[in-house]
Design a protein around this ligand. Structure first.
Ligand code: ATP
Ligand code: MG
Length: 428
């Protein structure tokens, strides 16, 4: 049994056997033109009445889009056929005829989301999911080469680390618990034995706003490194992004093209990435027609202004302490700022990474937690980490779907994940 992609490598006249699904179907007199799809791609099959048995001819006329079928035939080189070859069938059979497929042309986005379990078979979604898988593999490969360990964090937790407003609460045998918003605090646990680690797990955020870059459930890659400062942290981030993008551009140009990515633009994504302080970024936003004050966070519009004409992602660093999470280390040159960075993707795709140096001393962390009015008993274990052999450390979180959205140039983050969860969708 061959695959569709083999057909284009085979010589004229070679006998092949394929199985897959009907992608397109039309009859023209005594010929059925059928496009067959399998995991590896699509190929045209010509089934001629006088070249196949009577039964096979009947069946070839009796399929639906998405019926599963088997074909035998010979490879015919044809310049006009997509990929330069087609199959002239000698036999044809149906595995499962099924029912008329509910997806045809020009259906609304909402309908396609309702039948997401079927729409995932489309060439569009298939290509995106292939690319997503490859991107994740390259990220893992990067950390593997750097000597990182991957560990699994818990998903059910008792405390949030990004603020209460977006926590999903659940009833845990009569007690309150939450779906994790970030696994960073658990990643910090692991560095005291393994030094350089990452966790790759879903994070959950009850995002109430409808944007093209927020999901309620997304995949979060969170590296954490002992003895890394703010600068080393940013250097690792840009090296990681460059590695994954470079491998996609060099090894999968056709797939990128099919997904609608701008491969030429991606070729320019090389470290070092530009860096800008928060303060400067606020001035830039205002200079480019935006309106914001020191102490406010960037929204989608502000991020778009900052990155509209960039070729590489932009680091914005050293935000005001008061708008950032409690665990971020203070800037030694200015106690109002923290040693953090947000990495903004070019062309308004928005923030893909949030990172920081962490507070590693017990007294400082305790003081900051009190300022943030956190319930200390929820965080005792986290404070413990600063009691026994604490070390300076840093880490960051990359939103996989945000990264995929940028690399593949997708309009909406929901297409970067098979089953998007948003405020108005939790089915299928
Ligand atoms: P934003 O300001 O865009 O809401 P954030 O500041 O809440 O982002 P972090 O808490 O720093 O984001 O999370 C780390 C990374 O996780 C982000 O840089 C982004 O890539 C990703 N991320 C955050 N929230 C979401 C979400 N709701 N859906 C998808 N990815 C997200
Ligand atoms: Mg957010």
């Amino acid at each position: 049994m061959q695959k569709v992609s083999d057909v284009f490598k085979e010589k004229e006249g070679r006998e092949v056997a394929l199985r897959g699904w009907v992608y397109r179907h039309r009859t023209s007199g005594n010929i059925v033109f059928l496009v067959l799809r399998d995991e590896s791609g699509v190929v045209q099959v010509a089934i001629k009445k006088d070249k196949v048995g009577e039964k096979a001819w009947e069946k070839a006329n009796d399929v639906y889009i998405e019926s599963s079928v088997k074909v035998k035939g010979r490879v015919k080189k044809d310049e006009r056929a997509p990929g330069g070859a087609e199959i002239e069938a000698s036999d044809f059979d149906i595995i499962h005829r099924g029912e008329p497929f509910p997806i045809s042309k020009d259906l609304s986005e909402e309908f396609l989301l309702d039948v997401r379990h079927l729409w995932l078979r489309s060439q569009k979604m298939t290509n995106i999911m292939k690319a997503r898988g490859l991107i994740v593999n390259y990220l893992r490969e990067f950390f593997d080469k750097k000597g990182f360990y991957e560990l699994p964090p818990p998903i059910i937790t008792t405390s949030g680390c990004e603020g209460g407003a977006t926590l999903f609460e659940l009833n845990y045998f009569g007690r309150k618990a939450y779906l994790t918003q970030s696994s960073q605090m658990y990643a910090e646990v692991f560095i005291f034995a393994l030094e350089k680690v990452y966790v790759f797990a879903p994070s959950f955020r009850a995002e109430k706003s409808r944007t093209v870059r927020h999901l309620a459930e997304y995949w979060h890659l969170e590296p954490e490194m002992a003895f890394f400062d703010h600068k080393m942290n940013m250097e690792l981030q840009e090296e990681m992004i460059e590695y994954a993008v470079k491998n996609m551009v060099e090894n999968h140009p056709e797939l990128l093209l099919k997904c609608g990515a701008d491969a030429e633009a991606l070729k320019k994504v090389k470290a070092p990435f530009p860096r800008m302080t928060y303060e400067k970024a606020v001035e830039e936003v205002n200079a480019r027609g935006g309106k914001m004050e020191w102490g406010e966070d960037f929204g989608a519009d502000e991020e778009a202004l900052l990155t509209a004409d960039l070729e590489k992602p932009l680091f914005v660093e050293k935000y005001p302490k008061k708008i950032k999470a409690f665990y971020m280390e203070e800037d030694p040159h200015n106690p109002e700022l923290v040693l953090n960075d947000d990495l903004l993707a070019p062309k308004g795709h928005g923030e893909i990474i949030g990172g920081s140096e962490r507070i590693w001393e017990y007294d400082k962390l305790l003081e900051r937690m009190k300022e943030h009015q956190l319930d200390l008993k929820d965080y005792e274990w986290y404070l413990d980490l600063r009691k026994y052999g604490s070390v300076p450390h840093s880490g960051f979180g990359l939103g996989i779907e945000r990264f995929v959205k940028w690399v593949l140039n997708l309009k909406h983050i929901r297409d970067a994940i098979p089953f998007p969860r948003t405020i108005n969708r939790v089915y299928p």
